[in-house]
Design a protein. Structure first.
Length: 316
């Protein structure tokens, strides 16, 4: 089995997409009775790995029934168009707020360009391909779809983005959470288990909605969560408690910085200390410099997202 592919049991395989660094961005390949589905795709550069995962498992491209991005941010759905080009039987199942952006990704590209800049867009994402509208199905809250007789439940989960849904898989008692259940990097695992943090990336962070979405997932009684960033985590109740506490702390930090002359830098500094303090309590032994390096992009994007949220609430 290729080193980018991990068998998680219950017909679930994690594919390391190679985005940014190893063990940062995952897509998932579900297999049931010879039928397959991808949940999240990574970027265009991940597509050879996704197709390689099928080949490693002895599955033809015609076996894939569904490609299901959790939402349309490019690290989750940037490769959807290119992947669909290689999967003749597949349908794209996407949140109704995101469908038009994967049919015509020009606005999606421009939005990401404003956040990341041209050089990063070219390096990390490449040219986005649209998916023919007749191959796109919009999800709805509570939609149930079949994969080889295995039922997947789609749940509308705003908070990180309004175009976000999560996928509940009763067979594994697991949920594919995209960014709703936060980020948990394996480099931060200690003898206490996994550590987790929220993601408030621009431009649709809504803390009250995010808390409600997390609580909705918890009500399903999950035994495990499958995160895009990164991999499978257990101890769901402990991680949820940590996640909810941090959302509250992030909101309090942001509200305390309304009107601050150097708000963005102050947000970044506050988030850095919040996360590093949390990692110290978790028993992380990585050098502080390495911790900061691993968190740098998330601190920047979370600060941007909190700033957008502050501006929206001030204008409301």
């Amino acid at each position: 089995m290729p080193d980018f592919l991990q068998d998680l049991g219950d017909g679930i395989h994690a594919v390391d997409t190679g985005f940014q660094r190893d063990h940062f961005d995952a897509a998932y390949l579900l297999v049931e009775n010879g039928r397959a589905a991808f949940i999240d795709t990574g970027t265009n550069h991940a597509v050879p790995r996704l197709l390689g995962a099928l080949q490693a498992l002895g599955l033809p491209v015609e076996a894939v029934d569904w490609v299901i991005p959790t939402h349309v941010h490019l690290d989750h759905a940037g490769g959807a168009g290119l992947l669909m080009d290689s999967l003749p039987q597949a349908r794209l199942l996407v949140h109704p707020r995101g469908a038009r952006h994967l049919i015509d990704p020009s606005a999606l590209y421009q939005g990401a360009l404003a956040v990341y800049g041209q050089e990063e867009m070219e390096r990390s994402y490449g040219r986005l391909l649209g998916v023919p509208a007749e191959r796109v199905t919009s999800s709805e809250d509570g939609l149930r779809v079949q994969l080889g007789g295995r039922e997947l439940l789609l749940l509308d989960t705003p908070g990180h983005a309004r175009h976000h849904h999560c996928i509940w898989d009763a067979k594994s008692r697991g949920c594919f959470t995209g960014d709703t259940f936060g980020l948990s990097y394996r480099e931060f695992d200690t003898e206490r288990g996994a550590w987790i943090m929220p993601t408030s990336t621009p431009v649709q962070f809504e803390p009250e909605a995010l808390v409600a979405s997390i609580e909705r997932l918890l009500a399903l009684g999950p035994e495990q969560m499958f995160l895009t960033h990164y991999g499978r985590v257990g101890e769901v109740e402990r991680l949820a408690e940590l996640l909810l506490a941090q959302i509250g702390a992030m909101v309090a930090l942001a509200q305390g910085l309304r009107g601050h002359a150097q708000r963005h830098e102050a947000l970044k500094n506050g988030l850095r200390e919040l996360y590093l303090d949390g990692l110290a309590r978790h028993g992380c032994r990585l050098p502080r410099e390495r911790q900061e390096q691993l968190l740098a992009m998330d601190i920047e994007l979370n600060a941007q997202g909190l700033g957008v949220w502050l501006d929206k609430t001030a204008a409301a």
